[in-house]
Design a protein around this ligand. Structure first.
Ligand SMILES: Nc1ncnc2c1ncn2[C@@H]1O[C@H](COP(=O)(O)OP(=O)(O)OP(=O)(O)O)[C@@H](O)[C@H]1O
Ligand SMILES: [Mg+2]
Length: 313
């Protein structure tokens, strides 16, 4: 079965799967020059990067099309957001009146115990779900009432997901998994392959291109998921327990990598986790418990960023 046939099969079988939906609508590069370039942490030759314009050395990005002129407006804003799950007669409020503003270029860590509502919040931030009550603004656009296809369009343009479980397609190779979002946006095949190669090189998996997910370690699978989430170069990266199943070394590698995307490319990173160690990367930490925000710690103001406090643990 060819990759294209396989995609068609998945579209039929899984539609309207949220994951495939988001891939399907994955935004094309709009070829707008973005910001930043520079040396790669893993020593990858960025001169040959399919993500960089040779003319001005700028990075290709899916970009943020702001609907307001005010760049200081929050990128994401939640106003009195409730998520109520209905199970037959019983209602369960997983989120209870969340108010939160996230600005462009933040590294936000949402911390909370199991069952506190982190993944539920993540689904709302990532336009995978809509609130039962309250309003979610993305880029000043109220997305609370949008239908699935409109949400998918926004997701595809703006958000890269690193899911709690890896969500790799088991019958596709490492390379094909990374190619998938590019295939959906009908990227030129040759360019798509270059992008996939480049991303796999960045995450240190060039020698595993032909392996199936089952032939990879957990950490390697997580790295494929990261490569795939970056394929369309989205401005926002959402990660749900990105280090959950990993050993400390691989977890650190992945966190350093995300930190690099934040520092060098100005990407907005949002991580939900119960792992206290991740706080050291954050510009702000949101503590959540029983569906409510307990407190928000601004680590830029109190000077406790990782640069000033490298040995927090
Ligand atoms: N579809 C659903 N229907 C009913 N209840 C749900 C549903 N999804 C989640 N919940 C409940 O909502 C609460 C929050 O779930 P959520 O997955 O957001 O927690 P979490 O903080 O991500 O936990 P973990 O750290 O274990 O991943 C839990 O009590 C969970 O049982
Ligand atoms: Mg969760």
């Amino acid at each position: 079965m060819t990759l294209t046939e396989m995609i068609e099969t998945f579209k039929t079988k899984l539609s309207p799967s949220k994951i495939i939906g988001s891939l399907e609508k994955a935004a094309s590069f709009n070829d707008e020059p973005g910001n930043g370039s520079g040396e790669n942490d893993q020593g990858v030759d960025e001169k040959n990067s399919p993500y960089i314009y040779p003319a001005d050395n700028s990075v290709k990005s899916s970009g943020i099309t702001r609907t307001t002129q005010n760049e200081k407006d929050p990128l994401i804003k939640l106003t009195d957001v409730w998520k109520i799950y209905q199970m037959g007669e019983i209602e369960f409020a997983a989120l209870k009146g969340i108010n939160l503003e996230i600005c462009e270029g933040e590294f936000l860590v949402v911390l909370g115990p199991s069952g506190s509502g982190k993944s539920t919040l993540m689904n709302l931030l990532g336009c995978l779900d809509t609130p039962s009550e309250g309003t979610v603004y993305l880029n000043s656009e109220d997305i609370s009432g949008l239908d699935e296809s409109e949400l998918a369009r926004i997701r595809g343009q703006m958000i890269g997901f690193i899911f709690q479980s890896f969500n790799l397609i088991p019958t596709l190779s490492t390379e094909e998994n990374v190619l998938l979002p590019l295939e959906f946006q009908e990227e030129d095949r040759e360019i798509a392959r270059k992008k996939a190669s480049y991303l796999l090189e960045i995450v240190g998996l060039s020698d595993k291109k032909k392996n199936l997910p089952s032939q990879l370690s957990g950490g390697q699978r997580q790295r494929v998921a990261i490569a795939r989430s970056l394929a369309v170069n989205p401005p926002i990266i959402l990660a749900d327990e990105p280090t959950g199943n990993l050993d400390t070394k691989t977890g650190d590698y992945i966190l350093e990598f995300l930190d690099g995307l934040h520092e060098r490319e100005g990407k907005t990173i949002i991580i939900v986790t119960h792992d206290l160690d991740l706080v050291k990367y954050a510009t702000r930490v949101v503590y959540i418990r029983d569906g409510e925000i307990e407190k928000i710690e601004d680590r830029r103001k109190n000077g406790s960023s990782k640069k000033k406090e490298p040995d927090m643990n």
